[in-house]
Design a protein around this ligand. Structure first.
Ligand SMILES: Cc1cc2nc3c(=O)[nH]c(=O)nc-3n(C[C@H](O)[C@H](O)[C@H](O)COP(=O)(O)O)c2cc1C
Length: 212
């Protein structure tokens, strides 16, 4: 597994995930998330009654536990054969969630339930309204069999819909705010995340604690 070194923000100091100070000499390796709390959640019919888009957030980031829960609900591994909480076309599992926080960008690795550091910059302003937490859905076209890029985009867009709805349901259950964002500048986001042509930005999603 490739490890990346985060740039120091001030001499001798870098900021690791969730704002904890570490020395710049340390290598930022994968962040192990706490185990998801499988006993959380309100009855499904009540959650569906409350499901909605909310576009304003408190400024603070989610706790590690909430981030763990929402990532697992979104696109975690829920069976011993490696399949996930959301369906995917032909089980391509082509979607990666890039987690955009004030401390940097991370890629969710579902099987070990970890966050892989991607970059140390705060790029939340590239997502509408600079949310406390942004998820960017990236499709790995090299994992997909289809006749054209257009078909791959269609498949990836469909698969993202299920992941996004899982997040909507988790947020409705737990009183968090979320909005899925199709209106992003995909080319700009592609550049910001330094993605190769085989990896394509599909949509984004903003989430956080509800403002009063
Ligand atoms: C694929 C998709 C893309 C969306 N893109 C945006 C967006 O870019 N900006 C935004 O504010 N809302 C966006 N939304 C949220 C919709 O505006 C919202 O779901 C709709 O108004 C219905 O509201 P509800 O989710 O509360 O039922 C998007 C929704 C979907 C399904």
């Amino acid at each position: 597994m490739k490890r990346r070194r985060f740039a120091a923000l001030a001499p001798g100091i870098a900021v690791s995930l969730f704002g904890e100070a570490v020395t710049s000499a340390q290598t930022q390796s994968a962040v192990k998330l706490p185990s998801p709390q499988y006993d959380r959640g309100r009855p499904l019919m009540q959650v569906l009654k409350d499901r909605q888009t909310v576009r304003t957030f408190k400024p603070e980031a989610l706790s590690q536990q909430d981030l763990s829960n929402v990532l697992w609900a979104a696109w975690g591994v829920n069976r011993s054969d490696g399949k996930r909480t959301a369906p995917s076309w032909a089980n391509f599992q082509e979607i990666d969630i890039y987690v955009v926080l004030n401390t940097g960008v991370y890629r969710y690795d579902a099987l070990p339930h970890t966050l892989e550091p991607v970059m140390a910059q705060d790029v939340r302003s590239s997502i509408q309204r600079t949310p406390p937490v942004g998820f960017v859905y990236v499709a790995d076209f090299s994992k997909m069999r289809a006749s054209s890029d257009e078909e791959k985009r269609f498949i990836a867009g469909t698969d993202v819909g299920f992941i996004s709805q899982n997040i909507y349901l988790y947020c409705a259950s737990e009183g968090l705010a979320t909005v899925v964002l199709g209106g992003i500048d995909r080319a700009a986001m592609q550049k910001t995340l330094n993605l190769p042509d085989t990896k394509r930005v599909i949509h984004a999603q903003a989430l956080g604690y509800k403002s009063a």
